[in-house]
Design a binder for this molecule. Sequence first.
Ligand code: SIN
Length: 292
Amino acid sequence: MSSLSSKQGPRYRHIAGESEPYETIGVEKLTPIIGAEISGVDLSSALSNRTMDEIHRALAENLVIFFRDQHITPQQHLAFGRQFGELHIHPAAPNEGDPALMKIYADKDSPRANGEGWHTDVSCDVEPPMGSILYIKQCPPRGGDTLFANMYAAYEALSDRMKAYLDGLTALHDGEQTFRGLYANYGVKDRPEYPRAEHPVVRTHPVTGKKALYVNRGFTRFLIGVPRDESDAMLAYLYQHAENPLFQCRFRWTENAIAFWDNRCAQHRAMWDYWPHTRSGARVTVKGERPV
Ligand code: SIN
């Protein structure tokens, strides 16, 4: 280790504070930085207000939460999502019978799998989704994990100079390159146009009030108001920074598990390392607000 790095200490110092105990659910953190498994909840039955409050709190504290061994119908999956807000309809992806139930599927004949690069769901929308609830029913024997990254931590770990540079900057997010032709193998016809929107590069979370880095490889195209070569270099740096494993957790799926992530402060990517096996499920996505 160089004397410089030993003097500076870790790039990002997470203060692992003790949170108040939960009363109706169990919350087991995957890492100090992001992710927690929730126990003591059966999502096929009605949840008390207290339990719902604690699920909200667990999501706010951990950015992504996981529920194992859940046996829910598509209607119960949709109903669970509706408890967090109006449901989002994906602008391109095929669905599982209901427009709000997005199909997540890959097998030996698939040309690709959903979500293989780091991204925030549909950040090209003017009001991008607040959260996504993915239910995986069929898993490959190994692999098919999903990785999640904490964008509060990514923001906090930037230097003060970089934070000052990014302050007030906006970026264009565009679905065109991402979605056009993407689902042709499912017979999905392209729309004349896909959503695009300008968002702040650093957004403030409406619940926690914390600042999060809000650019992603999936949808962000360029920074507004700076020369294109500067924008390309800056975004390349920010993506590389945001993808530091220090900010991540990795979820190993088991059949009938659910992941619920907050798109306002977390990015994710799915691993397609299980070909020729099948991985199958559905995602319910909850509408969000305009980032500020
Ligand atoms: C996605 O919603 O981006 C897909 C995530 C996954 O399949 O793990």
